[in-house]
Design a protein around this ligand. Structure first.
Ligand SMILES: [Mn+2]
Length: 428
């Protein structure tokens, strides 16, 4: 854990540099008669984006894995890392677990442990993309050819039961949502029937939806390819919407920014799903080619900004209360450093979107004034909101400069000392 006093001490040295920048942008915003600096800071302070338990260890590729050292060995240690992240950013107040990678023997104890570190449990993730030795009956009930879409009803039952198990576990942890991403699909044309697979998945999701306790939501997460390379069952937002609608009223769609074909207009997808009341959540990351899991905002920051514009449009001026999570798996960087950068990118895009003069934009749209509409968006996007993001962090007890603070306290070195040089956090 990072010592809050150490962060405060580091902040003291940076505050004299930050305050004039905050005052400058506050004066700028006052002149524009738009959202005030204080309103932006208040919105940022209320915002939290979850960190997934699998993002605090290094990922890897099918070509290899290069452990960074000091990676968490247990779910408790993953919580420690997220608590450390949150101490720096004051913006990551929950963790999203992945079952069976995280399958605590004592959920109530784990809940208490997390709570003692001010970390809550975000949506639960059920994994039926790899065989779970405890449920697959010595390989007789394998997910090799699918889970909810499998041709064998015995395998489908195991997959449904696993999702119910994850919901029950989540209840004990205080989570309130289940995210279902399926690897189900077809690798070779003709291998399976598109319609039969889809109908089986819809039936399975309906059974899972029926198991949701009061107050719970479930999210369907689409992805066009991988690990199935010819067709996935939940391949795009249209299929995801059909599945959510089939599953029940508390099912909605989760948009993972890396789960789209190249050049897909993700902000438009956000608008459509919000319009029909089926936008449930986000997995933030960035990509150049596919599901690259690159740092959020590192490739297409304007797209991220436009997505937040649509979210604020959907929330009528405020960010809707959805499941916001970073979904990345880092191969080269220190995972915590990357999560710091991703969180910063999300906060920046959110703050910029708050600055859009929405009444003026609507007037420009009504007048078919494309040039003015573009200028209004660019005015917001090109505003350097970083001082406001830093000030929101500072006021909430986080670091003005979280990356520098992280390096300065030597957290990674301390974890290598404690956890060892080679430790594995995920089940892959
Ligand atoms: Mn995802």
């Amino acid at each position: 854990m990072i010592d809050q006093e150490r962060i405060a001490q580091l902040n003291l040295g940076l505050e004299p540099l930050l305050q004039p920048d905050v005052e400058h942008i506050a004066a700028q915003l006052d002149r524009q008669d738009s959202t005030s600096a204080e309103q932006v800071i208040a919105a940022l302070t209320a915002f939290s984006v979850a960190a997934p338990s699998w993002a605090v260890g290094t990922g890897g590729t099918r070509f290899g894995r290069f452990p960074i050292g000091g990676e968490p060995r247990t779910t408790e240690e993953k919580i420690d890392d997220v608590a450390t992240l949150n101490a720096l950013t004051a913006t990551n107040r929950s963790i999203s677990l992945h079952v069976p990678w995280d399958d605590p023997d004592d959920p109530e104890g784990l809940r208490e442990y997390a709570s003692s570190r001010a970390i809550a449990f975000d949506a639960m993730n059920s994994n039926t993309f790899q065989d779970n030795p405890s449920t697959t009956d010595d390989g007789k009930l394998s997910y090799k050819f699918g889970s909810l879409a499998h041709s064998d009803s015995a395998v489908r039952d195991v997959a449904v039961d696993h999702n119910k198990y994850v919901i029950d576990l989540g209840v004990r942890l205080g989570s309130e949502a289940l995210t279902v991403w399926l690897a189900d699909g077809i690798n070779h044309p003709g291998q399976a029937d598109h319609r039969a697979q889809f109908e089986r998945v819809a039936a399975g999701l309906t059974a899972i939806h029926d198991h949701l306790p009061d107050g719970w939501q479930m999210y369907t997460e689409h992805k066009p390819y991988e690990p199935a390379f010819y067709a996935t069952v939940n391949n795009d937002w249209g299929s995801s919407l059909l599945l959510a609608q089939a599953a029940g009223p508390r099912a909605s769609c989760l948009v993972d920014l890396g789960h789209h074909l190249p050049n897909a207009n993700i902000e438009q997808i956000v608008s459509r799903l919000a319009m029909v009341g089926r936008l449930g959540g986000f997995h933030f990351n960035d990509s150049k080619y596919g599901d690259d899991d690159l740092t959020t905002g590192s490739i297409k920051p304007f797209q991220l900004f436009l997505i937040f514009c649509e979210l604020i449009r959907a929330g009528d001026g405020r960010l809707p209360s959805l499941a916001y999570m970073i979904d990345q798996s880092h191969n080269i960087k220190d995972p915590l450093e990357d999560l710091v950068q991703s969180t910063e990118a999300v906060s920046i895009a959110y703050a910029q979107a708050l600055l859009v003069d929405r009444p003026a934009l609507r007037a420009a749209q009504d007048a078919n004034d494309a040039a003015m509409a573009q200028q209004l968006l660019q005015d917001a996007f090109r505003t350097d909101v970083r001082p406001l993001v830093a000030e929101a962090r500072r006021r909430a007890g986080g670091a003005i400069s979280p990356l520098e603070a992280y390096r300065s306290v030597g957290y990674r070195a301390a974890m290598i000392e404690e956890r060892g040089l080679v430790s594995v956090a995920t089940g892959l």
